[in-house]
Design a protein around this ligand. Sequence first.
Ligand code: SAH
Ligand code: SF4
Ligand code: F3S
Length: 482
Amino acid sequence: MKELIEDLSILTVEQRQETPKITGVRSSGKPKKLYIESYGCQMNFSDSEIVASILQKEGFDTTSEITEADVVFLNTCSIREKAEQTVRNRLMHINGLKKHKPELMVGVLGCMAERLKAKFLEEEKIVDLVAGPDAYRDLPQLLAQVEEGDKAVNTFLSREETYADISPIRLNSNGVTAFISIMRGCDNMCSFCVVPFTRGRERSRDPKSIVAEAKDLFEKGYREITLLGQNVDSFKWSPDENNKARLEKTEVREVITFSQLLEKVANIHPDLRIRFSTSHPKDITDDVLHTMARYDNICKYIHLPVQSGNSNVLERMNRGYSREWYLEKINRIREILGIECGISSDMIAGFCGETEEEHQETVSLMDHVKYDFAYMFMYSERPGTLAEKKFKDDVPDAVKQRRLEKIIQKQNQHSLERYQRDIGKTYKVLIEGYSKRSDNFLQGRNSANKVIIFPKENKTKGQYVNVKVETCSKATLLGKII
Ligand code: SAH
Ligand code: SF4
Ligand code: F3S
């Protein structure tokens, strides 16, 4: 039963949390081969592209064949216990490979590396190298250490590192959509969450480097970028704050907020679509919503994780907003951006002390909002978090499962409703490539982030087309070009 429910949640989490992504081949004839598997959120996928770039300068090509690799990196996630278990199982498998190829170097990167630090080397004997999310510039030196027969660890967390000057090597790219990290870390301390411990303090990246990266992508043919951060609404950059330059006293201090950054990126070209993730209900402003309304090329879709529909639970979670505040934000979105704007959420079932009534409030909030889709999880206690210190993980597994099942069922119903209401409408779609099932069909997304599949005619990826929706399933729209 547990597996079944975890599977259901995997279906709903799409590729985001549990399924690893393996790098595509980027061969330029370099002698050494790097194989990276990424787990967890988009930030990790994006970081793997930075790692590939750093190691390319050291003579590494990436490979999608683990058996060809000289170096294997797992870029790991700690968000739930299951995410860590997946990595441990994977390491056991890699151990088998290493028996046949003793010179293979195995490294653990990302959040689990940061959380466990050197303990990893003791717990998992096959690991040679451990590097936290802010230590990737040190990878060449750490690998050199391993080559000399030592184990290597760097889990130093920085207050400044944003890798702003590193051009990521796009891995697994469709050549149309790409992610750009605009900030790192998180200062929010939601009580259930391990991220502030694994990613360190929040810091914003220099907007000039963000705009330059977006322009470069556009020139290379990309047509959609997603700006990434754990809480994009708290993006804030000034030369002063980030110690990037010393200002003369007379100079006006330039502080750039998220809505200003959005505007700068949207102004690059009307054919470049902009998305962003994740918005935080306590910080999203009307300014951001108005900016979205003003620009056709800023997609009308907001991922606004609620976590729970009950104010007491939200307080225990230390989320910084109540049910009423959240619903007011939903009202603002509907007023400024209308009913068409896509809204999605994350929800946790069975957080510490959650009563049946509190759980029912999550269900009733869902009925009120009617999300287009949602990522839903059972609460998993994480070592070192505020919740672990302050509260008992006292909701029995069977109850967590039942509540998760309930919210998944509710969400499926709402997704279907929200997709059905699109039948008969025409949307501008950016073509991302062939549909998974057939090369006679293309797929893309509308502004609200819904996937649409349609017969290809003479169109190809990277183009915009108008598609009239004819039918739908709970996760896809089907239509034809008009
Ligand atoms: N920064 C984002 C969330 C990043 S983590 C935000 O604030 O919304 C992605 C999601 O994982 C969270 O939204 C939450 O729903 C889930 N999550 C985080 N910690 C968890 C835990 N300990 N147990 C279960 N789910 C968790
Ligand atoms: Fe975790 Fe909260 Fe930060 Fe999101 S905002 S990463 S849930 S601490
Ligand atoms: Fe996981 Fe770290 Fe992202 S814990 S969800 S990979 S920030």
